[in-house]
Design a protein around this ligand. Structure first.
Ligand SMILES: Nc1ncnc2c1ncn2[C@@H]1O[C@H](COP(=O)(O)OP(=O)(O)OP(=O)(O)O)[C@@H](O)[C@H]1O
Length: 680
């Protein structure tokens, strides 16, 4: 951006300097001209003084003859630029023979008068006195012809040459400016030319010329001879022409300089503007990227400290005091309708079920948070408050556009479902225009997915044995049964998203099913993405989530428990899964059932095998393609509970006499499963 400005600047400066240099040269030439002409005039005046030889003139014609337009020399007037403009020496009794070239150095001369003296010689050449307007040489003794150069005096007003001894013809004067004209009393001859200018003057102007006829009827053929001039004259005229050109050049150069300056300043202004705009743009970009960075930073810190971001909104608009002890709540939700900005604790209907409101929104806002994971319905954060129980905050997103009342109503349904030992209760919720939060107890042992798949092959992995898996299966079955049978709910709410990451592990491997009841809050397109039940075969035709689709999901969960393989439809982001239903069906069909079970289940426990096969059988019935052929959850619970829970310590025993594979293949149940007779 700067370089064009510099190049423009340097070019312009070069041109300006050159132009100024030329102007200086011109000026010095002009100056030199001035002095040249000044001294030439002076020399001519001195020559004239010598010729005239007049004591008076000798006395007064000294020093500089012109100082600008003033002169101390007698008979001389100067022009503004210090040249002789008038030469008037009248009635002084002057004598002398004036040369023809006596006036050639007076280029500015406009008035010449030597009238009434005794001067002789020929009439001077006026070829280099173009400004002459008045010539009065009357009353002298001039002889010879009237020079043709008088015809070139275009501004001639007065021409008085009477009373001399002139001979020859009258030149063809035709200057329209001519007002006074007298050639009387000379020895002129021929005809007075018939020109418009001369027609103005009568006989008096020609009288006293015996051989001169007043009008030339034939018209004079007097050619105006061009001034031949001396070499010096030629030099003068050349100089005059050169001077004229130099003036023109000066004007042109000056115009160029002005033009360049104008262009330079305009371009500089434009460049300055462009640079300013560019700087502004850069400034804006910097601000924009800084803002972007800031937003990114904010997003990042929101991810890590999500709860903190609520603080801004809450502290601005919301009261942090939360514990609503108002018991006029008929719906079972603590405090009835959520007051704007308050954390609303969810209680059961009866007094016994009242939760202790051990923390407030303010505590939550101050808590340090740790991200647990990004679900499709929102992100989960572990919130650690000082001196308070650790909780999990689920920041909901992709919600249906529900009003606060509708949101509270849906949570009421959840609240009514929550009082079961295998369902993770929602402790509280928070609702504002921009923020919807659910608060849960924190379950330290984590989720079933990590228990099955986490740390495989690592030495510190605690094996997940058959007894624990069966306990989990029972707990989940009971929780689902509870959800499906809950008649107190005005709307039947299937879980809709049953999968191993939504099953948390409490004490003694008790299952805590979470994430239930959210399907009614989430916008449908997102719900389709997240909800495992939507992947059930019948969803393609019915487009509805049902209790039977929950059964299908439960079947899938049992397969995951038994095989230790990740189910593709329920795999969290980043985990690759297999189509467990197809895989297991194939294994059963091809009678390599022994390979179905996770090697870690019961390393060498023969006693566990019947239960495992029984659970596999139940799982296969749950994943029947036709929903009608699937058992309902009550049936499933009964069957799962019939499976004998082997002594936990047996899980750990080593039975070196029987290999795991042999135990399974030897079992007669295998043939039952393979033949498909597990269906009741
Ligand atoms: N109360 C809790 N205690 C401990 N861990 C929890 C608790 N609630 C959720 N988690 C864990 O936090 C993680 C994120 O859960 P979240 O429900 O947001 O996503 P998801 O279960 O992976 O997917 P989806 O949104 O489909 O349910 C999961 O690993 C989940 O097991």
């Amino acid at each position: 951006m700067i370089s064009p400005l510099i190049s423009l600047k340097s070019n312009s400066v070069l041109i300006i300097v050159t132009s100024l240099l030329l102007l200086c040269i011109n000026f010095s030439i002009a100056n030199e001209d001035y002095y040249y002409y000044y001294y030439k005039e002076r020399t001519a005046l001195y020559s004239l003084k010598t010729v005239l030889n007049n004591p008076f003139l000798h006395k007064v014609w000294t020093g500089p003859h012109c100082h600008f337009n003033t002169s101390i020399w007698y008979g001389i007037k100067c022009s503004a630029d210090g040249h002789v403009a008038e030469l008037v020496l009248e009635n002084m009794g002057l004598r002398g023979n004036i040369s023809e070239s006596a006036l050639i150095n007076f280029s500015e001369l406009s008035v010449l008068s030597f009238k009434h003296n005794y001067l002789s010689g020929t009439i001077m050449d006026f070829g280099l006195n173009p400004k002459l307007t008045r010539i009065d040489l009357s009353g002298n003794s001039f002889s010879g012809q009237i020079p043709a150069s008088v015809l070139r005096l275009s501004g001639l007003v007065s021409f008085l040459l009477q009373d001399n001894s002139l001979t020859g013809s009258v030149p063809e004067f035709n200057q329209s400016s001519l007002r006074e004209f007298n050639l009387s009393n000379n020895n002129l001859s021929g005809f007075v030319p018939k020109t418009t200018a001369l027609e103005l003057f009568g006989l008096d102007s020609y009288s006293g010329n015996p051989e001169l006829a007043h009008y030339s009827s034939a018209g004079s053929k007097n050619d105006i001879a061009p001034s031949t001039g001396s070499p010096d004259d030629k030099d003068q005229s050349l100089k005059a022409i050169l001077k004229k050109y130099l003036y023109v050049l000066d004007v042109v150069l000056l115009a160029v300089v002005i033009l360049l300056l104008v262009l330079y300043f305009r371009k500089a202004k434009r460049l300055k503007k462009m640079m300013k705009e560019e700087a502004e743009l850069r400034d804006r970009e910097t601000k924009y990227s800084m803002a972007n960075e800031r937003i990114k930073g904010e997003e990042k810190s929101r991810d890590h400290h999500q709860i903190k971001s609520v603080e801004v909104e809450s502290s601005q608009r919301l009261s942090v005091s939360n514990n609503n002890n108002n018991n006029n709540n008929t719906n079972g939700i603590g405090g009835g309708q959520a007051e704007r900005g308050k954390l609303v604790f969810i209680h059961g209907d009866d007094e016994d079920d009242k939760r202790e409101e051990t923390f407030k929104m303010g505590d939550l806002l101050k808590a340090s948070a740790e991200g647990l994971g990004k679900g499709t319905s929102g992100n989960c954060y572990k919130a650690m408050m000082e001196g308070k129980p650790v909780v999990v905050v689920k920041r909901l997103r992709n919600l249906k556009p529900l009003t606060e009342e509708e949101f509270a109503k849906q949570l009421l349904l959840v609240a009514n479902h929550q009082r079961h030992p295998n369902l993770l209760p929602v402790l509280a919720y928070y609702h504002s225009k921009n923020e919807k939060l659910l608060v849960y107890e924190y379950v330290a042992k984590g989720n079933l997915f990590n228990r099955i798949h986490g740390g495989r092959g690592k030495r510190d992995r605690i094996p997940f044995r058959w007894g624990s898996r069966l306990t989990v299966a029972r707990g989940v079955a009971r929780a689902l049964e509870f959800l499906h049978l809950n008649t107190s709910s005005p709307v039947a709410v299937p879980h809709g998203n049953l999968k191993s990451t939504n099953i948390l592990l409490g004490d003694n491997d008790s299952a805590l099913v979470s994430d239930y009841g959210l399907a009614s809050l989430i916008a449908l397109p997102v719900a389709v993405q997240r909800t495992v039940s939507y992947r059930s075969p019948e969803y393609q035709s019915t487009k509805r989530v049902s209790k039977k689709s929950d059964v299908w999901s439960f079947g899938g969960l049992l397969l995951e428990l038994l095989t230790g393989k990740v189910a593709a439809y329920a795999a969290p982001a980043g985990a690759r899964g297999v189509d467990l239903c197809r895989w297991v069906h194939r294994a059963v069909r091809e009678e390599w059932t022994a390979e179905i079970f996770d090697g870690e289940i019961a390393v060498n426990r023969r006693s566990a095998v019947p239960g495992m096969l029984r659970l596999l059988e139940i799982a296969l019935r749950c994943i029947e393609t036709s929903p009608e052929r699937r058992p309902d959850m009550s049936e499933v619970v009964r069957e799962v509970e019939e499976i004998q829970l082997v002594d936990q310590s047996e899980d750990e025993d080593d039975d070196h006499g029987h290999s795991h594979e042999r135990s399974l293949t030897d079992d007669s149940s295998m043939s039952t499963i393979a033949s498909g007779d597990y269906r009741r």
